[in-house]
Ligand binder design. Structure first.
Ligand code: FES
Length: 155
């Protein structure tokens, strides 16, 4: 597979060089971020004002007996949350901690093989899993707080 035109450095090289620099595979988040709290069955993951367009925040959500690694993004003023798992191979999208966007902030990218996704739908538009979707998590903004919820079928 060739390099992704949205990312002018080979995604593989970028990804693995970051892993080696970090010393931990994929940089998985194992602890809850400071400030996250449960509310009304959801998890407050951020203050909306702290996440401008093109930024993201990772979180862990417990749904029934499942532990979900997810991330929330602000894309053009709206918030979207997804399970942090590529459609191609079951690995986190971010090889460097909490980096999900392409440089132009128009797409999400999996740094393992460079699959790109629409930020507002999770649809893979380029790469080995084209046509597949990231797993969506319900998200809401209440009183300035970004809250994510378990998928109804996992609650
Ligand atoms: S693992 Fe994400 S594109 Fe291959």
């Amino acid at each position: 597979m060739g390099s992704n035109p949205l990312y002018n450095v080979s995604a593989d090289i970028l990804c693995w060089s970051r892993i080696l620099a970090r010393g931990t595979p994929y940089g998985g988040l194992k602890e809850r971020m400071p400030g996250q709290e449960n509310t009304h069955g959801g998890l407050v993951v951020a203050q909306a004002g702290d996440l401008p367009h093109g930024t993201s925040r990772k979180f862990q959500l417990t749904c029934g007996r499942k532990q979900i690694d997810g991330f929330v993004i602000n894309f053009r003023g709206r918030f979207y949350a997804y399970i942090n798992r590529c459609c191609h191979i079951s690995v986190p999208l971010d090889c460097a901690e909490n980096e999900f966007f392409t440089r132009d902030l128009c797409h999400l990218i999996c740094l393992t093989h460079g699959a790109t996704y629409e930020p507002n739908t999770g649809l893979c538009t380029d790469g080995p899993c084209i046509g597949e979707y990231l797993d969506v998590l319900p998200v809401a903004v209440r009183h300035g707080r970004v809250i994510v919820y378990c998928p109804p079928e996992w609650d």
